[in-house]
Design a protein around this ligand. Structure first.
Ligand code: SF4
Length: 431
């Protein structure tokens, strides 16, 4: 018997007061938001142990972005990670994930949870640190760490429940060039192979759901078998995992546990659309959380751009939540500048998604206003409307042009056509 009156259950009874601000932010009727949560088409990860502005992810909502921060074994500076987290939030991140694997993990998590936002973690990382290596993680240790993260106030947990014996068999039957590139996925493979036993998160999924329900924590069903290069995209293991995640998503929904799905890794651009649509179908349209997709493997240093191309394409087809990819992806732990650049580019990809998927097209207002400001050469208005106006202003002003820009200078087409047609009056200036 669950003690917690779960958000899904409360929403099935009607609008909940804490969701009214979220509904306003989404320009959505509160009843519609409540219905979406009750049906599992929208999640609002919100551990009742903490208070922070809530973030709705899923059908009819704007696309949200998450930014990963966290120490590693080779670079452990908790103050720097906190600075990166603050920089991400200042530049538009809707959620943070603390992926720390170096230093005092509980203390670092406490710092992240003190920030005023939705926070996620991957508990298996800490379990591996405590055990010393992945092979020695026991089911008891893993469930203990999961419970501790819930108790500490984490809003959503990435748990690789779909990395099971069947997925492992598929990996052996249809080998991939990059094997397993998900850190959590590789840990679970090591645990299963060492013990010769099923992944405890899969074998004891009902028990896991009881823990999550006890704290009303959202599960993000991890894509431990995501392909790690374009050639691996069509291999079997990923598809086997998706089907498993479909059944696990259904069981979570029935248990009143909010869930979202992760996927789908590296893949050619023309596979992104049908992969997203397939995952949505298999999982009864659960909110979909993506890293990338990475649509080319030969642009290290620019993987934030690569991920934005894949991410915008995924949003066009129904993806709901993008994980920021920084310029240092595949190369190093990101620094503050990487986090700012990656967050801004991910936010642009999310906005591009919104322009084609938001239910009533309201995100187009700002696009229309920008066209008007460009038409009237109203630079202040352009900087106000721009997603990152500070950056735009700096570029515009570097050549000292004010009326037009230095691209065409005195041959500005906009100015000339306005003079020819008598158009281009700035709003409110009159004739
Ligand atoms: S100078 Fe050229 S690029 Fe700049 S606003 Fe005018 S037409 Fe556009």
């Amino acid at each position: 018997m669950f003690l917690m009156d779960l958000l899904i259950r409360r929403c099935s009874r009607g609008v909940q007061p804490e969701l009214e601000a979220v509904a306003r932010a989404e320009q959505m009727e509160p009843e519609r938001l409540a219905r979406g949560i009750a049906r599992g088409r929208i999640v609002v990860p919100a551990n009742p142990a903490r208070e922070h502005p809530l973030c709705a992810i899923g059908s009819g909502c704007t696309v949200k972005i998450n930014v990963n921060v966290g120490t590693s074994g080779s670079r452990c500076d908790p103050a720097l990670e906190e600075e990166k987290a603050r920089a991400a939030l200042a530049n538009g991140a809707d959620a943070l994930m603390d992926l720390s694997t170096g230093g005092d993990l509980v203390a670092i998590r406490r710092k992240m949870l003190a920030l005023d936002t939705t926070v996620g973690t991957v508990p298996v990382y800490e379990a591996v640190r405590r055990a010393g290596n992945a092979r020695d993680v026991t089911p008891d240790l893993l469930f203990t760490v999961i419970r501790e993260h819930c108790r500490q106030g984490v809003d959503f947990l990435t748990l690789h429940c779909g990395v099971n014996m069947q997925a492992l068999s598929a990996l052996r039957a249809d080998p991939r060039k990059m094997g397993v590139v998900s850190r959590g996925g590789s840990f679970h493979c090591a645990m299963m192979m060492q013990r010769g036993e099923e992944n405890p998160l899969y074998a004891e999924y009902d028990y896991l759901l009881e823990i999550l329900a006890e704290y009303d924590v959202t599960v993000s069903l991890g894509d431990g078998m995501r392909p790690g290069c374009l050639q691996d995209a069509g291999k079997l293991a990923k598809s086997v995992e998706y089907v498993t995640l479909g059944t696990l998503a259904k069981r979570a929904q029935e248990a009143g546990v909010q869930r979202m799905i992760e996927g789908p890794g590296h893949m050619p651009l023309d596979q992104v659309g049908y992969n997203v649509r397939m995952i949505k179908e298999i999982t009864d349209h659960a909110p979909l959380y993506l890293l990338g997709p990475i649509v080319t493997d030969i642009a290290p240093g620019y993987d934030h751009v690569v991920a934005a191309i894949g991410g915008a394409t995924a949003c066009l087809n129904g993806a709901d939540f993008l994980c920021m990819v920084s310029p240092s992806e595949h190369l190093a732990l990101p620094d503050v500048a990487d986090i700012i650049e990656g967050t801004r580019v991910a936010k642009i990809a999310a906005h591009v998604g919104d322009t084609v998927r938001k239910h009533d097209g309201w995100k187009m207002d700002r696009e229309v206003q920008m066209a008007e400001a460009r038409h009237t050469l109203d630079w202040d208005e352009q900087f106000r409307l721009a997603l990152y106006g500070d950056h735009a202003k700096k570029i515009h002003e570097r050549d000292g042009e004010t009326e037009t820009c230095s691209m065409c200078g005195d041959l500005c087409a906009v100015k000339m056509v306005n003079e020819l047609f008598g158009t281009g009056e700035k709003k409110g200036k009159g004739k």
